[in-house]
Design a protein around this ligand. Structure first.
Ligand code: SIN
Length: 314
C-alpha cells in the first residue's frame, strides 16, 4: 500500500496511508493556483503498486500537470511507467534514424545535432500554445516529458495552461455562444508551419472541402466531467488551425481570435523551469502547453511519450 501525504486537503488521499509501511511517503504538492502539482516520494524506476499508481493518476486528473523531480530513468523505465496509464503512441521517426530503435514509443525533442542531423524534433524555437495532436481523430490523453539535458541558464521553459479555468472565466454570453460548436482542425501543417507527409500546400486551402478531424470547441473531460475550452492550435499565416463549422470564415476567425485573446492573457498558466531528471506528465484533454525558445548554442534533450485515449473529444 502506498504511503500518502498531501500539501492540500485532497479528499481522495487516505490520510492514514502515510503511516506504517516504512517506505518514503508520497506527497502531492500544488505548484501554482493555475495548474500543476509536484509529486514527491516516488522513484519511477520501481515497480509501483496499484495504490501508488492510483494516487498518481488522481493527482494528474486533479491538477492537470504533475512533476516528479530527481528521477533517473532509462528509456525502458520511461516507457514502462508511461504504460501504467494506457497504450503508447509510436514516436515519429526521422528519415535518417535507424528503424530498429529499441523504444519506438519515445519521441526525442531536442536541438542537438549529430553527424549533421538533428537527433530530435522542435529545434530551439518557440512552440506556441497548443494541444498535442488535435489534428487527429483521437488525440492522446496524456503527454509526458523527461529531461535528460537542459540549458544551463534555465531557458527553454515549458508553459502549461488550465483550459477548464480558461473556459470558466469566459463571459457567460460567450460561453453560451460556444455551446454545440465544432471545429475542423488542419491536419496538413505542423506547429512550425511545415507540411506533413502526404499533404500539399493546397491541402487546406479550401476549408470546406479539406479533410480534417472535427472536434467540439468545448469538450467535456471523460473522467472529470468538467468542461474545457478545446482550441488545438492558433490560426496563423500558414497553419489554418481550425475552422468553426457552419460559420463563414470571417465569423469563425473573429470568434477564434476572441478566444485566443483570452488564452494570450495567460491568466491560468504556469511555466516550468527544467532541471535534469524532471519528469512531467500532463492531461492533454484540459491543458495546453507551449515551449519558449532558447539559444541554439545550448543543448536541450528531452524524451517524450504520448498515452493514447480511447474516446474522441466530445
Ligand atoms: C512540446 O511538446 O510542445 C515540447 C515541449 C518542450 O520541449 O518543452
Amino acid at each position: 500500500m502506498a504511503n500518502v501525504r498531501a500539501s492540500t486537503p485532497d479528499a481522495h488521499l487516505p490520510a492514514s496511508a502515510a503511516e506504517g509501511s516504512g517506505r518514503a511517503a508520497i506527497g502531492v504538492f500544488s505548484i501554482s493556483d493555475a495548474v500543476g502539482a509536484e509529486v514527491r516520494g516516488v522513484d519511477l524506476r520501481e515497480e509501483l503498486d496499484a495504490a501508488t499508481i492510483e494516487v498518481i493518476h488522481r493527482a494528474w486528473l486533479d491538477h492537470g500537470v504533475i512533476l516528479f523531480r530527481d528521477q533517473h530513468l532509462s528509456a525502458g523505465d520511461l516507457v514502462r511507467f508511461s504504460r501504467c496509464f494506457g497504450e503508447l503512441d509510436l514516436g515519429p521517426t526521422m528519415a535518417w534514424q535507424a528503424a530498429d530503435q529499441e523504444f519506438p514509443e519515445i519521441f526525442i525533442i531536442s536541438n542537438v545535432m549529430e553527424n549533421g542531423h538533428p537527433i530530435g524534433f522542435l529545434g530551439n524555437q518557440e512552440a506556441d500554445w497548443h494541444t498535442d495532436m488535435s489534428h487527429t481523430a483521437i488525440p492522446p490523453k496524456a503527454s509526458t516529458l523527461y529531461a535528460l539535458e537542459v540549458p544551463a541558464d534555465g531557458s527553454g521553459h515549458t508553459g502549461f495552461m488550465n483550459m477548464y479555468k480558461v473556459y470558466e472565466v469566459l463571459p457567460s454570453p460567450l460561453r453560451s455562444r460556444l455551446e454545440g460548436l465544432h471545429m475542423k482542425h488542419d491536419p496538413a501543417h505542423t506547429l512550425q508551419g511545415e507540411l506533413r507527409d502526404g499533404f500539399t500546400a493546397e491541402s487546406f486551402e479550401d476549408l470546406e472541402a479539406a479533410e480534417g478531424p472535427v472536434h467540439p470547441l468545448v469538450r467535456t473531460h471523460p473522467e472529470s466531467g468538467r468542461k474545457a475550452l478545446y482550441l488545438g492550435r492558433e490560426r496563423n499565416g500558414v497553419y489554418r488551425a481550425a475552422r468553426i463549422l457552419g460559420m463563414a470564415r470571417a465569423e469563425s476567425d473573429r470568434l477564434l481570435d476572441e478566444l485566443w485573446c483570452v488564452v494570450r492573457q495567460e491568466q491560468y498558466a504556469w511555466y516550468h523551469t527544467w532541471r535534469v531528471g524532471d519528469y512531467v506528465m500532463w492531461d492533454n484533454r484540459c491543458v495546453m502547453h507551449r515551449r519558449e525558445s532558447f539559444s541554439a548554442d545550448l543543448r536541450r534533450v528531452m524524451h517524450r511519450t504520448q498515452i493514447r485515449d480511447n474516446v474522441a473529444p466530445a
